[in-house]
Design a protein around this ligand. Sequence first.
Ligand SMILES: [Cu+2]
Length: 339
Amino acid sequence: MKKIMIVISLCFIATSLMAQTENDNIKWTAGRPDGHAPIGVMGDHVHHKGEWMFSYRFMTMDMEGLNRGNDAVSQQAVLDNYMVSPVAMTMNMHMLGAMYAPSDRFTLMLMGNIVGNDMQLVNRMGNHFKTSSSGFGDIKLSGMFKVLDMNRQSLHFTAGVSIPTGSIEQKDVTPMSAPKEMPLPYPMQNGSGTWDPNLGVTYLLQGSLLSFGSQLNGTLRLGKNDNDYRFGNQLVWNNWVATKIARFLSLSARIEGKAVGKIDGAYGQLNPMMVTTANTQNQGGEYVNAAFGTNFYIPDGTFKNIRLGIEYLFPLYQDVNGIQLKNDGSWTFGLQYSL
Ligand SMILES: [Cu+2]
């Protein structure tokens, strides 16, 4: 916790330094490498009337080892209560996005993804096995309303909905079900199965060399999906500082706080004693992550307005509900092109 407080204080010091850059009447601009947030942040900016933007992101996340709450727990302790224990998991996600601004005040955003999950597990006999799932995830449609744009500051509200296009019927063969397939646990599904509204607010501030952004985003899960459950609500708070070290290059640091609720309801086909991930009590938690990244931006010439972003995110603190795999860090690579 001490480490987290130090990093957060550093962010605030950086911010107050920036506040001292003179507040002339220049408007906030996307035309610099840190004019977009670190690539792991979504919906951080709006566009001018008539502008389009297309983006592609690849995210890969590793999880390994087990936590009960805030503390590490051994595989043996898990196998005392469950027939199977997760060992590690890798999640890969390809994300495609499009943005269009019908006016200076309003920007539309559409995001879709293809997700692939691989989980390694071990049973009480010590046999290791793997399960996999992949396919389209949920599609997210958002509208962004700019409410402030002056003195190098910008503020916009985001309202969106996640459309349940991702499958919640992912199955695979396990040693217990062979040769048949069985339904995979909650974290291995491609989508939420529910229509999830989300609301957000984003504040941006630019100095001559530094920039700062803060975004609060909440996702509500309403109703139940076809398998009689809904994932937990989610609240994410992101804060980032970036420094423009050249016309085409910036470096960024980010702190992310995240709270995810437990699953409500349960899928009757999953046995909660089989594996931790099939138990609705072992979902969600509180997380603080830190991330470092870089944005590369082409300000002019033939490839003007192409942007490349790379970001590495790692956990500072994770207090999970029940027993869950530990987040080990994730990489995001992205390409953005506006015209
Ligand atoms: Cu954009």
